[in-house]
Design a protein around this ligand. Structure first.
Ligand SMILES: [Zn+2]
Ligand SMILES: [Zn+2]
Length: 271
């Protein structure tokens, strides 16, 4: 069935490889109906080398536009940004983003202070206890949602990335996170990359997914591909999980307006 992949990076972020055409060609060969380039805009000093620079945003959008034209009739291509959220950089990030016409603006929490939460290299140097890390992460996540600026919130429970078991305090927060997503009208990205990480489950995992379903929060799918072979990874499996959690649609975006597309109910029966 036609699935969408709303989280595709490009080499402009300095830690992805493969041409933009190769990412799109992979999506077309998998039969995806739509992808969204969602490359990093990170102003946090610890992450700026892992991101396009603010000056490159225009170039990025033009490059996405050229790939979109090339694949017209084969694959729908949307253009977005994964904006790293920190309270210190938010207003500057908003200023930059609002200069451009994008299909979707996504927000992600990657940093707890100077610590990069998602970095393999930094995983053993976390200065906080597991409970302290969760508390700090949730505080930033709520602050991000309360800005009421982002269309999409990425990998909502990524704080569990290197944990085989859910860290203390995380599951207790699901209802409040889902309620805040609903209240602020933010769509949740279900990011399949977690299935390839030590956590072994998507972001969000089953507990948060059910809370999102209970609160009527719309969702979309993303692979977080940093190379063409990662486009679409695990998406059929995650789409089946969505069906089981009670979701019947996925959200796509056009010029920052959400649109629901039906999730094929037969998916659940597929192998
Ligand atoms: Zn991210
Ligand atoms: Zn990403």
């Amino acid at each position: 069935m036609p699935l969408v992949d709303y989280h595709v990076h490009t080499p402009l972020c300095n830690h992805a490889r493969g041409s933009m055409e190769a990412f799109a060609a992979r999506a077309a060969s998998l039969g995806l109906s739509e992808i969204c380039f969602l490359d990093h805009l990170t102003l946090h000093p610890g992450g700026s080398r892992l991101s396009m620079s603010p000056r490159e945003v225009g170039l990025y959008i033009r490059a996405c536009g050229r790939v979109r034209e090339k694949f017209a009739g084969q694959l729908a291509i949307k253009i977005g940004l994964e904006v790293d959220y920190s309270p210190e950089t938010f207003s500057r990030a908003r200023e930059i983003v609002e200069t451009f016409s994008l299909d979707v603006v996504a927000g992600s929490v990657h940093f707890l202070g100077s610590h990069n939460l998602v970095s393999h290299r930094e995983r053993d140097n976390m200065p906080l206890s597991p409970a302290g890390r969760v508390e700090r992460y949730l505080k930033l996540l709520f602050a991000m949602l309360d800005e009421r600026f982002f269309d999409l919130a990425c990998h909502l429970d990524v704080v569990k990335k290197f944990d085989k078991e859910s860290p203390p305090g995380l599951a207790e927060a699901w209802d409040a996170v889902a309620a805040r997503m609903a209240e602020t009208g933010t769509v949740a990205e279900v990011n399949a990359s977690g299935l390839s990480h030590p956590t072994g489950e998507a972001y969000p995992g089953p507990g948060l997914l059910s809370a999102l379903a209970r609160h009527g929060v719309p969702v979309t799918l993303g692979s977080d591909a940093h190379s063409p072979d990662e486009v679409g990874r695990h998406l059929p499996q995650v789409a089946r999980e969505l069906g089981r959690a009670g979701f019947s649609s996925l959200t796509t975006f056009c010029r920052r307006r959400p649109l629901a597309v039906a999730l094929d109910p037969c998916l659940e029966n597929d192998a």
